[in-house]
Design a protein around this ligand. Structure first.
Ligand SMILES: Nc1nc2c(ncn2[C@@H]2O[C@H](COP(=O)(O)OP(=O)(O)OP(=O)(O)O)[C@@H](O)[C@H]2O)c(=O)[nH]1
Ligand SMILES: [Mg+2]
Length: 465
């Protein structure tokens, strides 16, 4: 009797709530902006593609639902306005659905994708929650230009020159330095030498990039097309004048003016637009590639991580300090491409990542920002194979190597659990081939295999479900 009465009251209450459109009154909508950053070619665009694919399908991230006790469905929705180009999920995913799947091209400008996640309410009285996830793909090359923001030309020049203390970089910078030495940089000049100096500096930056170094400033000057020919980018670091004030028509003065314009007209507006809005950030690091590139590029990558988080340390007047400190609550360091090594190596990879980001994490934690470091692969393109060598198990990987005529190879690469000491770092000590992508499932209802994407998703949005 009592049960019948309760059921009747509940169904009448439900009807009443529906009549007064309580779902729209109580509807909970929350917006969260995630910035995907990282050094160039670290896997940002692939990460976003897999993230969308995993959220929309849900099949390979069930751990998130289970651990949070929440069910959800997700779909891609159009952007609110067209002020930023849309991240072209469809085109990227379609290229990965062909028989010969292709990785996407390098990203040359910022883009966004918006995913609506509907989280099932635990009670039928309350409407479902809508979580709007906006993901921003930020080109790797632009990241270090943010570090130039808030630096005067002289200060930036000094930090660029301090990098030449490294003998490898000093050697590579020789031609740029010798071009500079041909000119009086503080006295009058008509501007005809400027281009030659900038070209030599760009050659130096491109060589650094090709050798796997991470710190490239200004990053936009090595991007093809785009802004690289823009007059504001015609500057290089210069030694400060010691005694004289530079002539107003000198190389020094022109480079300084262009530097200031570049920061004001290009770097600052973009920093305000994108970096003042996001709530959470994932910083992707390709630790394996840096290991493969050798001792100097590896150390450069660890320095680069410290530089990236300096955007949280800007001076008191900085707009970034004000907005970022208030808003950002989580930063995730993700070491991508864990499918390039056998799973027996993942523990070492995780330990190495922890060491690489330890200092950066400590600094962010001190500012009240929660951090985590996760080793993962957005797209698992290889298979583990375990061999039994007379009772001793050895493992390796099987996958299609990028650019090789042999379709599949078997391969095993070892990862150290800590920084290998300089003395032990021999050429080619670490080697990790790049693998071609596997074919994505035809429909979004199925998702591509991954490694630890569920952990990544849980850390980034699990608490908001
Ligand atoms: N096997 C494997 N390779 C990956 C994965 N993610 C990225 N890659 C490789 O890394 C390359 C770069 O990935 P992108 O996602 O384009 O990197 P990005 O950071 O967007 O690069 P930029 O736009 O140039 O800054 C790809 O072409 C792949 O070769 C992954 O999960 N597994
Ligand atoms: Mg990209």
């Amino acid at each position: 009797m009592a049960k019948e009465y309760i059921d009747k009251v509940s169904s009448e209450t439900l009807k009443l709530l529906k009549d007064i459109h309580a779902d729209t009154i109580f509807k909970k909508r929350e917006k969260i902006q995630l910035a995907v950053t990282g050094l160039n070619r670290s896997g940002k665009s692939i990460f976003i593609t897999s993230l969308v694919n995993q959220l929309v399908s849900g099949k390979r991230i069930q751990k998130v639902s289970r651990s949070r006790g929440k069910e959800f469905i997700a779909k891609v929705i159009p952007l609110e306005d067209d002020s930023v180009p849309e991240f072209d999920y469809r085109t990227v995913v379609d290229a990965l659905r062909t028989e010969d799947p292709k990785w996407p091209k390098s990203t040359s400008s910022v883009s966004k994708v918006r995913v609506e996640i509907e989280v099932k309410s635990r009670s039928s009285f309350f409407p479902n929650k809508i979580l709007e996830l906006e993901v921003i793909d930020y080109p790797g090359e632009w990241l270090f230009d943010l570090e130039m923001y808030n630096k005067e030309f002289a200060e930036w020049s000094e930090s660029a020159y301090s990098q030449l203390r490294n003998s490898v970089k000093r050697e590579l910078a020789k031609e740029w330095q010798s071009e500079l030495s041909k000119h009086d940089i503080y006295g009058f000049s008509d501007g005809s030498a400027d281009r030659g100096i900038v070209d030599k500096y760009r050659d130096y930056l491109r060589t650094l990039q090709n050798m796997g170094f991470s710190i490239i400033q200004p990053g936009r000057s090595v991007q093809s097309g785009n802004l690289s020919d823009h007059s504001t980018l015609l500057f290089t670091p210069l030694p400060p004048p010691k005694y004289l004030k530079p002539h107003e028509d000198s190389i020094y003065q022109r480079f300084q003016n262009r530097y200031n314009r570049y920061i004001k007209e290009i770097v600052e507006p973009l920093a305000v637009e994108y970096f003042s809005q996001f709530d959470r950030q994932i910083i992707l690091v390709d630790v394996l590639k840096s290991l493969q590139n050798g001792y100097n590029p590896f150390i450069d990558m660890t320095e680069a991580i410290k530089k990236i988080i300096r955007m949280y340390e800007y001076g008191e007047q900085s707009f970034l300090k004000k907005v970022l400190e208030k808003k950002i609550d989580k930063v995730l360091f993700g070491a991508t491409k864990a499918d390039h090594i056998a799973s027996s190596q993942h523990q070492n990879y995780q330990k190495l990542l922890n060491t690489v980001v330890e200092e950066a994490e400590r600094e962010l934690n001190l500012k009240g920002i929660d951090t985590e470091a996760i080793v993962f692969a957005s797209v698992k393109s290889t298979e583990d194979i375990v061999h039994d060598y007379g009772g001793k198990e050895m493992d390796s990987l099987k996958g299609r190597v990028v650019g090789k005529t042999v379709p599949t190879i078997e391969y095993s690469g070892r990862v150290p659990e800590d920084y290998p000491p300089k003395s032990e770092w021999r050429g080619g000590m670490f080697s990790f081939p790049s693998f071609s992508p596997i074919e994505f499932p035809d429909r979004d209802i199925d998702a591509v295999p991954h490694i630890n994407m569920d952990e990544v998703i849980d850390y980034l949005i699990g608490d908001k479900l």
